[in-house]
Design a protein around this ligand. Sequence first.
Ligand SMILES: Cc1ncc(COP(=O)(O)O)c(C=O)c1O
Length: 487
Amino acid sequence: MAEAPEISLDPVDWSHFSRLAHETLDAAIAHMRAAREGAPWRPLPETARRDIDSPVPREPGDLSEILERARRSILPYPTGNAHPRFWGWVMGNGTAESVLADLLASAMNPHVGGYDQSASAVERRVIAWLVELMGYPRSASGLLVSGGTMASFVGLAVARRVKAGFDVRAMGLAGGPRLRFYGSVETHSWAEKCGDVLGLGRDAFRRVAADGEGRVRPEALRLAVREDRARGDRPICVVGNAGTVDTGAIDDLAALADLCRDEGLWFHVDGAFGALAILAPSLRGLLRGLERSDSVAFDLHKWGYLPYEAGCVLVRDREAHRDTFRTSASYLDAPGRGVLSEPLEFAELGLQLSRGFRALKVWVSLQTHGVDRIGRVIAQNVAQARRLAELIAAEPRLELLAPVNLNVVCFRYVEPGLPEPALEALNLEILLRLQEDGVAIPSSTRRDGRFALRVAITNHRTRRADIEALVAAVLRLGKSLRAGGAS
Ligand SMILES: Cc1ncc(COP(=O)(O)O)c(C=O)c1O
């Protein structure tokens, strides 16, 4: 019987593929160039949804038609974070040159668990840069991960390994003392999520009071640690915030470093966006003490402006880091030569064994702009947030709901005599109209129980005029909704 012809998944006609690739690249560039045009966000229309929801593709399709559908029905409907008036949650915009880096990374398709290859050398170099920029010792280790949650997961996992007082990796937690960790009430919800999946339990994270600026009270924290210890629990870690998600508050990191030294605790800094403020000389002082932490998490896809995913964790003690994730398997034995000459360096520093080439876009983007220039854009965002706060302060119909520590502004539209529930409904409607009318994308939060419009500026495209346009739109919407009886 004749053997079936062998096949591969390569294009049959590379010239045709090249033409399609160039067209696609042009479409991607046009998309990026037009970032300022039109609405930041548009809901996905039914037609686009139908284009996306095709049945299981059993047979080969026509790439040109598939790409055409992608350009028509996928490319125009992102979250909108490339737009200069996108300030929701905490999202960066992406940089153009990173797209080229991602293209090359995909073309190479390396497995960056380690191996003797260029991609690992690039990640090693990028980590060395970040170690230096964060003021960590050269001996520190680091890993690029999906994002801030994963980065803090790694930091907390090392803390658990080092501070549990028994071999958690071998024995698990059953039968041991209850492990606890601490941070302010303003800490991001990753803390409970990671406490849960690391087996400490959601409630292992003890949230401690913050001051009026949103910074943890170190003495309250010390008290909580001692209280738990007296009860027989085992405190392992303090989380310092370098930029809280709600208001951008930065804890007194030096005081927390002292506390951790005194109490023998691991000091992890969640600097998801705020740690990168270290690149701006005018802001660096706010982060004093970060360089004394045991681990720090931050996202280049937030205030580094890079495209997703580009989280990073640095750990001061390389051995402790490795010791938390190292495993062995005979199929991964390293003979000292060849492709797998050394044990898998990056796979030994986190959960992922197979890893993509995130580092290339970091390597390309940081060199293209230079970190000083990125620092200047970060300072520009802080100046824009302060400008917004000034505009709010000058306008009786607007109320600032939290101090502006960094780049986050919480405020609302107010009207004398309007009760709280009506104010909340009014501001929610303002928020949704801003988003749905394509004006701007703030998000929301609550401050002291009050509903707030929240503007987090991690956007290299924002200009002062965008901030002024937001204020004008909120005032216009507030007035017209009230006139129309919405409440
Ligand atoms: C302060 C802070 N920590 C952690 C995170 C989680 O980061 P990620 O969404 O990249 O997992 C965020 C996200 O906005 C954040 O603002």
